[in-house]
Structure formats: C-alpha cells, structure tokens
Design a protein around this ligand. Structure first.
Ligand code: FAD
Length: 264
C-alpha cells in the first residue's frame, strides 16, 4: 500500500495517532540514552511534560507524562548522571524502564510517517506531527507557554544538531509574545514550511530525500484548495488565506487525529 502523506488523501492522517505516540516515546528514550537531562535542561523538560500532560492527543501519553512529572525528582534526581553515579544509578534504571506512553509503545514501526527507505522520515516526521497537534489543542492563554516549551524542547533535546540550531534561530526571531492559539499554530506551520523550502533545495543536491515523499510547501491545493488564494506573480510564492489554513490545521491535526482514539 502506498502511503502518501503529502498527497490528496486527508484520511491518512488518522494513522498518525500511532506515530505521535511512537515519537513521544522515542524522544524520551533518546533523552535518556544520550543523557540529555542536565541541570540546565531540566526545567525545559518539565515545561514540555506539562504541555504533554494537558494536550497530548493520546490519553495514555498524557497519563505517562503526568506520572513522570509527579515523580520527577525521584526519576530524575539532579545528580542522576554525575560521574560517580553514572554506571549504577537507581534513578537511571527507574527512568529507563519507564514507558511514557504505556507498555505497548514504542512499537518499533511508523504508520503515517513510514518512509520508503529505512533512514528517511520516521522520528522527525512524528515529532512534527506531535508539535502541530499540540499547537492546535492549546488554549489562547497558553500559546506563549507552548511556544517557549516547544522551542526549548527542540533546542535542548532534538537529536539533529543542524535542525535544533535552525529551529532556535526561527524561535529567536519572534519579537512579540503569542496570545492566540491561531497565531502560534500558524507560526509553527510557517516555520515548518521554511524548513521544507530549505530542504526542497538541499535534498536535491544531497540526495537525502525520500523519493516517495518529496518536500513541498504545505498544504498543497489537493489537501486544502481554500487555503490557496493565488500564486503571486512577483516571486512565485503562494498567497495564503490564513483563516482557512488555521481551520484546516485545526481539523487535520485536531479532530481527525484524535478520532480513532477516544478511549486510549
Ligand atoms: P516532515 O517535514 O517531517 O513533515 C511531516 C508531515 O507533516 C508531512 O508528511 C506533512 O503531512 C505535514 N507537513 C508538511 N509541512 C507542513 C507544515 N508546514 N505545516 C504542517 N504540517 C506539515 N531537517 C533538515 O535537514 N534540516 C533542518 O533544519 C531540519 N529542521 C527540523 C526542525 C524540526 C523542529 C523538526 C521536527 C525536523 C526538522 N528537520 C530538519 C527534519 C525534516 O523537517 C523532516 O522531518 C524530515 O526530513 C522527514 O520529512 P517528511 O517527508 O517525513 O516530512
């Protein structure tokens, strides 16, 4: 079966509910394996967990995130990775054995985010889907909190060095605090499109793209025709109807994504 996430079948996004769980659990495992929790990154992990507790689309990830938060000082003692404790810290093993989205996750495979090659898509796709799904779920009054939680999380904990730097630069260029869900969701959408734009150029020369999932400025007309006003003649960029884009994002990453998931 050919899955085209960028193509014309919005029904495919429903499969991403599995991938947001997979991405959450993978992110957490990487943080532990790479010993990324340090005195200077603890606060940003707590912030991101708070966002997950309230707004993760999967109930079992919300529950697991809450348990990590409630027991944070025991699970992540501030000296958990100090040199003398490195090999046999109880804190480390307690956390290592903790599965943030429950015992069935990670499953070891991707659904919506499955690449056509082993080393493409997967985790980074799942992380984007998780971030977008958080961005449409927050309340207006949480939008600045969500923005800083996501910026700091990517900056401190995303495994791809180049990505964290690029993303951090985009975060740093925001000058006014967000006070609407809509504005933050649209900012994240536009940041993702800036990454896509760069990769459209880079991947062609690096040969790192997934041939079945070419990067594109998103959403294409087939997914949301009302989002597109017209192609501006001057620089060939797309003129967006931002109200329509926000409506589309809310539906795509909000309602559709959770619809399989009432009881989990
Ligand atoms: P992804 O870009 O991962 O997108 C996943 C899905 O989201 C798509 O299939 C599509 O359905 C949807 N989507 C696409 N665009 C948008 C949008 N604008 N708004 C909402 N939804 C959208 N790679 C680099 O090489 N350099 C970088 O600097 C870089 N920065 C990154 C920063 C972050 C925060 C993340 C999470 C990833 C970054 N990556 C970067 C990885 C890269 O963006 C892709 O995730 C990866 O190449 C896999 O691409 P993909 O085809 O699965 O689609």
């Amino acid at each position: 079966e050919h899955l085209s996430s960028n193509g014309s079948d919005p029904g495919q996004i429903a499969r991403a509910v599995y991938d947001v769980e997979e991405a959450t659990s993978t992110a957490f495992d990487i943080i532990l394996e790479q010993k990324m929790i340090k005195s200077e990154t603890r606060a940003s992990l707590i912030k991101f967990l708070q966002l997950l507790v309230a707004h993760h689309p999967s109930r079992r990830c919300r529950k697991g995130s809450a348990e990590v938060l409630v027991n944070f000082d025991d699970l992540c003692p501030s000296d958990m990775w100090s040199t003398e404790k490195q090999e046999d810290s109880d804190g480390k093993s307690a956390l290592r054995n903790f599965q943030i989205c429950g015992k069935d996750v990670p499953r070891g495979y991707w659904m919506f985010c499955r690449g056509s090659k082993n080393d493409t898509r997967g985790f980074s796709c799942g992380l984007w889907v998780l971030l977008h799904s958080l961005s449409v779920r927050i309340e207006d009054g949480e939008s600045q909190f969500a923005f800083t939680a996501i910026c700091e999380f990517v900056h401190n904990f995303f495994i791809c060095e180049e990505c964290r730097q690029h993303f951090y630069d985009m975060c740093s260029s925001v000058s006014n605090p967000f006070n609407k869900t809509r504005d933050f969701a649209l900012w994240l959408w536009s940041a993702h499109n800036k990454v896509n734009e760069r990769l459209i150029k880079e991947e062609a020369s690096l040969g790192t793209e997934d041939p079945k999932f070419p990067k594109m400025i998103w959403p294409p007309k087939q997914l949301c025709s009302s989002c597109h006003l017209r192609r501006s003649q001057r620089n060939n960029s797309i003129d967006w109807d931002q109200d329509e884009v926000f409506k589309f994002l809310s539906n795509y990453y909000g309602k559709t994504l959770v619809s399989l998931y009432k009881d989990k």
